[in-house]
Structure formats: C-alpha cells, structure tokens
Ligand binder design. Structure first.
Ligand code: HEM
Length: 248
C-alpha cells in the first residue's frame, strides 16, 4: 500500500506539471508509467520510483503492439489445434531473435535480472536496509527449497510416492513475464478508459469527486477507505463493462 501510494503521488506531480500547462494531453502514457512502476517495485525488486525512465515500459508496449495481431497469432486463431500450436510455439521461440520479437527481448531482460539477483544472494547483498521482499525473492526461495508432494493414502498402503519440484530460473522468468504483462496494459487501459468516460460526463465526475473528498479526507488514504468507495467501484466496473479488458 505505501509503495502504490508513493508511485501514485509521483504520477500526480508529473500530471500536475502537464495539467498546469493548460494544454490538452494524452493521459494514457502516465498510467502505463504508473502501472509499470508499481509492478516493478512490488514484484521485481525495483528500488524507488522510475516513472518515465523505466526501460520495461517501451519493451512491454512493443509486446502488446504485436500481441494477437501478428501473423503467428493469426495462424494460431485460424488453426487452434494442439499439435499445430505446439509447432507454432517452437517456431516462435527458435526464430525469435531473428525476428527481433519483443517477447524474447523481455524474457531475456527478466532472465538477466533474475541471474543478477541470484548472484547478489550468493554474495549476501540481495537485501539492503528498508527493502521489502518482492516476488523474485519468493520465487528464489521456492527454487532453493524442494517442494515435496505426497499422497497420504498411497504412502500408507503402498509405500511412498514423492514428487520433488524445484523452480528453475526459466520458470521464475516465465512467472515474472506473465505478471509483468498481465498487470501492465490491463490496469493502464482500465484507468485511461475510466478517465475518458469521466471527462465526457462532468456530472458523474462530480459525484465521484464528492465521494472521494468525503471518504478520503486525510492526506494518507487507507486500504479500508478505498474499500468503501462504493460509487468509485461502480464507476470502474461500468468502465470495464463498456470496454472489457483482456477479453481476447
Ligand atoms: C483492470 C485490471 C485487470 C484486468 C481487467 C485483468 C483481466 C484478466 C483476465 C480477463 C484474465 C484471464 C482470466 C482467465 O484465464 O479466464 C487475467 C489473468 C491474469 N491476470 Fe489479470 N487483469 C487485471 C489486472 C491484473 C494485475 C494488476 C495483475 C498482476 C500484477 C494481473 C495478473 C494476472 C495473472 C497472473 C493472470 C493469470 C494468467 C494465467 O496464468 O493464465 N492482472 N486477468
């Protein structure tokens, strides 16, 4: 919560600057910067805010520019058979570097970051004072300890069936990849669409503003206060109903 709060405050200073200029501007990139900032700080161990200087934003935008509209995806939609998709996936990975595919670029960046974090762990320098534990730490803990899975009945009757599972670096990279992409565009688009609808509807914008002023009267907003923004919740849901996100 304090991390999200801080990133939102930083976005507000950026927004204030451009709003004070009195000219119309596109709000969408500000939300892209915000969502990436929050994900990188919470999940990827980024220290402090990096809005408008985060290299992940550009590569993730390029991933989405291809997502679902490139030729490989078109073939996958046209011929949704397991064996065919398997071949397409192999082809996509083998030729990724040749095609300069953004998804491969992102995967490589994430693998490098995870590798660096592993090295810092070995040296015992992975945590600085005041750091919060992030998802990479949790995944690396999972990598370090073997997860045993056994069936009690089976053990009682027929002996032991143990399945040892460790997360590989590739699996951790894949988890970070999904997490980064899943939260980035969805949240930024939902916020931007909501702002668009509110800008077109000053009356309802006013109702929402009054609710926020009433519920969140202090400077620091709490999680409980956010939970009680009933009208705000309805506004977000209506925006998602009108333009469903990730419907593909
Ligand atoms: C307005 C915001 C969001 C919308 C509309 C949205 C929508 C969706 C949808 C429709 C799915 C597919 C569910 C299915 O398979 O039926 C999904 C999956 C998922 N979302 Fe979101 N999402 C949002 C925000 C986020 C955020 C902030 C994160 C995390 C940072 C996230 C992480 C995930 C993950 C990990 C999956 C599962 C992917 C998988 O394993 O298949 N999402 N989301």
């Amino acid at each position: 919560m304090p991390t999200v709060d801080d990133s939102v405050n930083v976005m507000m200073t950026h927004l204030k600057k451009v709003a004070d200029s009195g000219k119309a501007f596109n709000i969408h990139p500000y939300f892209h910067e915000l969502t990436m900032d929050v994900i990188c700080r919470i999940a990827m161990g980024q220290r402090g805010t990096r809005q408008f200087e985060n290299p992940h934003v550009d590569v993730c935008k390029r991933v989405f520019a291809h997502f679902g509209v490139d030729r490989l995806s078109t073939f996958a939609f046209l011929f949704p058979f397991d064996w065919f998709i398997w071949c397409l996936r192999r082809f996509a990975f083998v030729t990724a570097n040749l095609r300069k595919a953004p998804f491969k670029e992102l995967l490589d960046i994430l693998r490098k970051e995870i590798k660096e974090r592993k090295e810092l762990r070995v040296e015992g320098k992975n945590v600085q004072e005041g750091d919060r534990i992030d998802f990479i730490d949790l995944f690396l803990d999972a990598e370090a300890s073997e997860i045993s899975d056994h069936n009690g009945d089976y053990m009682q009757n027929k002996g032991s069936l143990k399945v040892a599972k460790k997360m590989t670096t590739d699996e951790i990279g894949a988890q970070c990849f999904v997490f980064l992409l899943a939260g980035f565009d969805t949240t930024a688009n939902t916020l931007a669409n909501t702002m668009f609808f509110l800008a077109k509807d000053p009356e309802r914008q006013k109702i929402l503003q009054s609710e926020i002023d009433e519920v969140c009267s202090d400077e620091d907003v709490t999680y409980e206060q956010l939970q009680s923004l009933k009208y705000g919740d309805a506004v977000m849901k209506e925006a998602l109903r009108m333009i469903p996100i990730a419907a593909l």
